[in-house]
Design a protein around this ligand. Structure first.
Ligand code: NAD
Ligand code: ZN
Length: 365
């Protein structure tokens, strides 16, 4: 089992990464005294159907007397306030005794993790929770760092909290049941880490992206643990996104989010990030910050990962409208995460609108 650590003082926690380890989650919670008698597993019909039984058996074997399951319906549209209410009301019924503190296990992808984390953050002003991510995106990104949220009709992730889990417990064998499109989408975030933060990781992906997609254990372990280390370092330096460090994780996301919205959920998040990274790389070249070789390497890797290098059938005006409303745009001047080279990100304020339009045009077909 690989162990990572998120060093946040009193809120510090470990990230454990292994294969076939969900049945042992109960004993790990017991050994680390992370839960008392009541363990509330928040999952979804699909993910719970695949993995809840083994988690539950392990929890019971470890002596947890009161174990329960609540399902969030699958899909981003479930990440809302109504479902959040249902989750906390269920927690209230699950543990009515105020003397007992339940712990939450979030078993699922980013949708389950974000809502379950926010439920744990707010139920009785905060109860302990553990992230058990089951998608590549959740393993390398959303499960680590303590951002929890639900969506409003007015926008994504508008209601939430920074609330760190007590443990992140990654069973990489769960990725075997993930649809290949989801796996590829998660790969976009992995490529993002390499492109923005780590040239060695990027080179490793250039050598081994096919192994990663084939879920080769060595490649997968190496890549996931490295991404978690990178995220840990970013979170350590800027836990609450106040120091303009955590913004590096937004590489590819400014145009990516706009494309995601304009596509009306037809495209996966990671697919939009892939396209957004190419647009941001284009901007970087045009600003004279990096050589034209950088977007070429990025595009080659994105294509090998089975991700799109352009988005089809979207209206440019529509995309530009969403770009302008993106929360990463501060009043007056926009801010983009750009590259000076592979693994070298920088925030750039005031990219000329004409150049943003041109970059968007270069990835819309
Ligand atoms: N908190 C953060 O820091 C952070 C960071 C990035 C993204 N996010 C959020 O994460 C969410 C996206 O997460 P996601 O990409 O994991 O999507 P997801 O949670 O919707 O999961 C994708 C699909 O895969 C299915 N699935 C999950 N694990 C499976 C498995 N092991 N086998 C079979 N099917 C499985 C799910 O049921 C779902 O249909 C978004 O809501 C986004 O806002 C949060
Ligand atoms: Zn993302």
């Amino acid at each position: 089992m690989q162990t990572g650590h998120i060093p946040l003082g009193r809120r510090a926690y470990d990230v454990l990464v292994d294969f076939d380890c969900l049945p042992r989650l109960g004993s790990v919670l017991r050994e680390r005294a992370l839960a008392q008698d009541n363990v509330a597993v928040i999952t979804s019909p699909r993910i719970g159907g695949l993995y809840y039984e083994s988690v539950e058996a392990g929890l019971r074997e470890a002596g947890f007397r009161h174990v329960g399951r609540w399902d969030l319906p699958d899909g981003e549209e479930s990440k809302n306030l109504a479902r959040f209410s249902e989750a906390v009301e269920w927690l209230a019924r699950f543990t009515p005794d105020p003397a007992i503190r339940p712990a939450v296990v979030a078993l699922g992808g980013g949708v389950v993790g974000d809502l379950a984390g926010f439920a744990a953050a707010s139920f009785r002003r905060g109860i302990p929770y553990v992230q058990a991510p089951t998608t590549l995106l959740a393993a390398v990104d959303s499960s680590v760092g303590g951002k929890t949220a639900v969506n409003l009709p007015e926008g994504k992730n508008l209601v939430g909290a920074f609330y760190q889990p007590r443990l992140v417990y990654v069973d990489l064998s769960t990725l075997e049941t993930l649809e290949v499109r989801e796996l590829r989408s998660g790969c976009a975030e992995v490529i993002k880490y390499g492109a923005a933060l780590d040239a060695d990781l990027f080179r490793f992906l250039e050598q081994s992206i096919e192994d990663l997609l084939a879920l080769d254990r060595e490649a997968l372990t190496r890549v996931v643990t490295r991404c978690i280390e990178l995220k840990a370092d970013v979170v350590r330096r800027d836990e609450r996104e106040e120091k303009r460090v955590r913004v590096c994780l937004n590489f590819g996301h400014t145009l990516g989010h706009a494309i995601e919205k304009a596509s009306d959920r037809r495209l996966r998040h990671g697919e939009c990030v892939a396209v957004g990274m190419l647009a941001a790389a284009h901007i970087s070249v045009e600003l004279g910050l990096c050589s034209a070789q950088i977007p070429q390497r990025l595009e080659a890797l994105i294509r090998r990962a089975g991700l799109p290098a352009a988005a089809e059938g979207l209206d440019m005006a529509h995309v530009m409208e969403f770009v302008k409303h993106d929360k990463k745009f501060v009043t007056g001047a926009n801010r983009f995460v750009v590259l000076r080279g592979i693994g070298q990100w920088q925030e750039y304020e005031g990219v000329p609108e004409e150049l943003v339009r041109e970059a968007a045009g270069s990835v819309l077909v």
